[in-house]
Design a protein around this ligand. Structure first.
Ligand SMILES: Nc1ncnc2c1ncn2[C@@H]1O[C@H](COP(=O)(O)OP(=O)(O)OP(=O)(O)O)[C@@H](O)[C@H]1O
Length: 301
C-alpha cells in the first residue's frame, strides 16, 4: 500500500498527480484521500472516467458549451466539469483513454489555468487541481505516439504507483478483516473467518486486486455459515491457492530457511526500497542485503 504519509505530503503540495496501477488497486480511493487531505477539501471533487464516455461527448463534459455552440446545444449552454470543479479537484480516471486532441486541451488548462468552452470566444479562468489515473503503460503509449509526451511529463511531476495485491501479501489479512467488519455491519451479521481460510487467501494471485477481495468477502458474509472456511471459497480461488500452498511447502530444512529468507527480504524491500534501509531493517550488512535483493526481488524493481 502506498504510504499514507507520502499521500498526505503529496496532498499538501497542490501539484498535479498521476496515479498508476492495475485495476482495483485503489487508485480512485487514493485520489479521494489526496483531495480530502488538501487545502481544497471543502471544494468539489469531481470525476470523469475517460474510458466510459464516448470521445465526442468527453469534450463537452469537460469544457461545457455556450448556447448555440452546435445544433442540439441547449439554450442556456452547459457548464463543463472544469468549471464545476473550480476551487476543488478534478479526477481524470483512465486518462490513457483520452483522445489526443483533448490531451492537448487539458495540457493547456493545466498550464494556463484557463479554457474556452465549446463555441465560446472568451476564456474562463479556473482554479483546479488535476489528479489523473490509469492502468495503462503511459510511457509506452508515449513511445507509440498515442499519448502526448508533454502531457505525460506535466502529469507525472508527482506519480504514485499502486502495487498489485499479489505483491503485498501482508495487506491481505488486514484488508480481509476490514471488509469482514464492513459487510457484517452492512448485513447485520457476525461472521468470522478461520485462520486457514485467511492463509489461503494470501496465496491467491488476486487479478482483480482489492476490488476482487472486497467482492469476495461480501459474498462470503452473505453465503457462508458462522465461520467462513476454506470450503466456502469459490472453486478458482480454492484450486489456485491449494497449488500455491503445495508449491510453497518446504520439504527440507534448507528449503524452509530459503523460503523464510525470501519472504523477509521481499517484504522489507517493498517497504524500504533501498539496500541500505533493508540492511538496517533486517540487521545484516548492506553488501549482503544488496545480494539478497538481486536474488529475490528482481521482479519488484
Ligand atoms: N487500502 C484499501 N482499503 C480499503 N478498501 C480499499 C483499499 N484499496 C482499495 N479499496 C477498495 O477496493 C475497491 C477498488 O478500489 P478503486 O476503485 O479505488 O480502484 P481503482 O484502482 O481506481 O480501480 P479501477 O482502475 O478499476 O477504477 C473500492 O471499493 C475501494 O474502496
Amino acid at each position: 500500500m502506498v504510504s499514507l504519509k507520502f499521500a498526505r505530503k503529496v496532498a499538501a503540495a497542490n501539484s498535479t498527480v498521476l496515479i498508476l496501477g492495475e485495476s482495483g488497486t485503489g487508485k480512485s480511493l487514493i485520489a479521494h484521500y489526496i483531495h480530502e487531505n488538501s487545502s481544497r477539501k471543502n471544494g468539489p471533487f469531481l470525476t470523469i472516467n475517460c474510458a466510459a464516455i464516448p470521445p465526442d461527448l468527453m469534450e463537452s463534459e469537460l469544457f461545457g458549451y455556450t448556447s448555440g455552440a452546435f445544433t442540439n446545444a441547449s439554450r442556456s449552454g452547459k457548464k463543463g466539469l472544469l468549471e464545476s470543479a473550480d476551487g476543488g479537484t478534478l479526477f481524470l480516471d483512465e486518462i490513457g483513454d483520452m483522445p489526443l486532441s483533448l490531451q492537448a486541451k487539458i495540457l493547456h488548462v493545466i498550464e494556463e489555468k484557463k479554457f474556452f468552452p465549446i463555441g465560446g470566444t472568451k476564456e474562463k479562468m479556473v482554479d483546479i487541481r488535476i489528479i489523473a489515473a490509469t492502468n495503462r503503460d503511459l510511457s509506452e503509449m508515449v513511445t507509440n505516439k498515442i499519448f502526448r509526451e508533454d502531457l505525460y511529463y506535466r502529469l507525472s511531476v508527482v506519480d504514485i504507483t499502486m502495487i498489485p495485491l499479489r505483491e503485498r501479501q501482508e495487506d491481505i489479512s488486514p484488508l480481509t478483516y476490514h471488509f469482514l467488519y464492513k459487510f457484517n455491519r452492512k448485513y447485520g451479521m457476525n461472521k468470522l473467518i478461520s485462520e486457514d481460510c485467511l492463509q489461503w487467501l494470501t496465496y491467491y494471485s488476486w487479478p482483480g486486486n482489492v476490488r476482487q477481495l472486497e467482492n469476495l468477502i461480501e459474498r462470503l458474509v452473505i453465503t457462508s455459515e458462522e465461520v467462513i472456511g476454506i470450503d466456502d471459497l469459490p472453486k478458482g480461488i480454492y484450486i489456485h491457492s491449494h497449488l500455491q500452498i503445495e508449491k510453497n511447502t518446504p520439504t527440507s530444512l534448507s528449503e524452509a530457511i530459503d523460503l523464510a529468507k525470501r519472504k523477509m527480504v521481499r517484504t522489507s524491500y517493498k517497504l524500504n526500497r533501498t539496500s541500505r534501509r533493508v540492511a538496517k531493517d533486517l540487521q545484516i550488512s548492506q553488501t549482503y542485503a544488496a545480494k539478497l535483493i538481486r536474488e529475490y526481488c528482481q521482479d519488484l524493481k
